[in-house]
Design a protein around this ligand. Structure first.
Ligand code: NDP
Ligand code: HSE
Length: 440
């Protein structure tokens, strides 16, 4: 057998520890598949003394000098499972420029500055693989960048954040509010101590940028993604969705479009949305992820599985390690970044979708007509109107609750409608505005 492929592992936390375990448990099979054994040259961490359980690895391999480890001549492949922008960016650029192959799970960095990494990979001639960065264990990026390269992808719709899917699924199943469901997610270890990146949609937005870049051969960064989280979704919103035969999911939607000048564009957004129970994504529960891809020739494809967790994520990392190791042994590298289409990213205001708007209004003659008039002035067509008693108490304070669902309209038109509604005396409050996707 040829000499080993030597690995530098940066990070040994939730994902890194499972990478070490899999490398140990599968070493013979991995060696057979690659044609050379994999060997850990070193493991960079922040705290040398941290308890990492009974990891099957020599303690002497640990170091706090990540850069020193990367620069070693006997390192072929750098695996980065630390996360964050710096120092990870500096490390990976250094490794790639030096001709090493990189495998990373770092979606935040790829969405923030994937360009720097791709350029460094092109300069050094090594591979840059990042299957684990989106939807954990689910093989998704390789299908997008290889299997579907002969087709034209039109739309990618996904649930790509496990924590928020757990929270929304719990709200749907039990009627719990957001805070209560978040508490449960934290107790069960799904949500982190600081859940901001998940519940505010930053994590999903980074993944959306990566998916859109690959699907549309266009550079899309985190800043190009319209992002809204789930913190404002209430138990009443979920009940309203259920009344319409829907549920609420945090969706990432990346779609081709055409702007008013006739140029092809992409739009990329992350926000909570009502989807009908009959939609394939509606049945994706718990902390699972799923991504629905629509392509010209392939039609509709759905990818489903575990999007987070040490072992599932390590599975994707190891798949990449096998691929880049084989490439090194064969003296080849994978195709580089494909961004030739360079489509313009369309502003959110031009995104077309439907809306579910709940209002508390004065319950007196002419109110419905006045509210409908505001929608009409902004060219937003109403599909259905439902009236009930505000707060569920008949005639409470003489108020009524209106639930209006629109036909498809530009986001900017709906936003302007809501601003004008909020300024009306007869409107006590606009209690919620949710987008409706998937033909509900
Ligand atoms: P953890 O926080 O569990 O682990 C991070 C590791 O990085 C720790 O071992 C830590 O060292 C080490 N580290 C942090 N800062 C430094 C530093 N300056 N120098 C050297 N080592 C450092 O993170 P995860 O394993 O959960 O996530 C890793 C990556 O994988 C992230 O990019 C994340 O987004 C991504 N990912 C995670 C998933 C998951 O389910 N957890 C799913 C998909 C992707 P020490 O142990 O000493 O503290
Ligand atoms: N925090 C992320 C999630 C981890 O909940 O999906 C996987 O990227």
């Amino acid at each position: 057998m040829t000499s080993p492929v030597r690995l530098a592992l940066l990070g040994c936390g939730t994902v890194g520890q499972e990478v070490v375990r899999l490398l140990h448990e599968q070493s013979a099979d991995l060696a057979a598949r690659i044609g050379a054994p994999l060997e850990i040259a070193g493991i960079a961490v922040r705290r040398l003394g941290r308890d990492r359980g009974d990891l099957p690895v020599d303690e002497d391999l640990f170091t706090t000098d990540a850069l020193g480890l990367i620069k070693r001549d006997d390192v072929d492949v750098v695996i980065e499972v630390v996360g964050g922008i710096e120092p990870a960016r500096g490390w990976l650029v250094e490794a790639l420029r030096a001709g090493k192959s990189v495998v990373t799970a770092n979606k935040a960095l790829l969405a923030e500055d994937g360009v720097a990494l791709h350029e460094a990979a092109a300069e050094g001639g090594g591979d840059l693989y990042y299957e684990a960065s989106v939807a954990g264990a689910i093989p998704l990026l390789r299908p997008l960048r290889e299997s579907l390269h002969g087709d034209r992808i039109n739309r990618v719709t996904g649930i790509v954040n496990g924590t928020t899917n757990f929270i929304l699924s719990a709200m749907d199943a039990t009627g719990a509010g957001f805070a209560e469901a978040l508490e449960e997610a934290t107790e069960l270890g799904y949500a982190e101590a600081d859940p901001t990146a998940d519940v505010e949609g930053f994590d999903a937005a980074a993944k959306a940028a990566i998916l859109a870049s690959l699907a549309f051969h266009t550079r899309v960064g985190a800043a190009d993604v319209h992002r809204e989280g789930i913190t404002e979704v209430t138990a009443a919103d979920m009940a309203s969705a259920q009344a319409m035969g829907c549920t609420i999911k945090l969706l990432c939607i990346a779609a081709r479009g055409v702007d008013p000048a006739g140029r092809e564009t992409v739009s990329v957004r992350v926000h909570p949305a009502m989807i009908p129970r009959s939609h394939p994504l509606a049945s994706v529960g718990d902390a699972f992820n799923a991504v629905f891809v629509e392509a010209d020739a392939a039609g509709q494809l759905m990818f489903y599985g575990r999007g987070a967790g040490g072992a599932p994520t390590a599975s994707a990392v190891l798949g990449d390690v096998v691929a880049v190791s084989r490439n090194r042994l064969a003296g080849v590298r994978a195709a580089s970044e494909s961004a030739y289409a360079a489509l313009a990213v369309r502003p959110m205001g031009e995104a077309l979708t439907r809306y579910h708007v709940s209002l508390d209004v004065a319950d007196r003659p002419g109110v419905l007509a006045a509210v409908a008039g505001v929608f009409a002035r902004h060219d937003v067509s109403i599909a259905t109107v439902r009236q009930g008693s505000a707060g569920g108490a008949p005639g409470r304070d003489g108020d009524a609750e209106l639930v209006i669902v629109t036909h498809v309209a530009p986001d900017a038109a709906l936003a302007a409608t809501v601003v004008e509604l909020r300024g009306l005396d007869i409107v006590r409050s606009v209690t919620s505005v949710l987008r409706v996707e998937g033909g509900a």
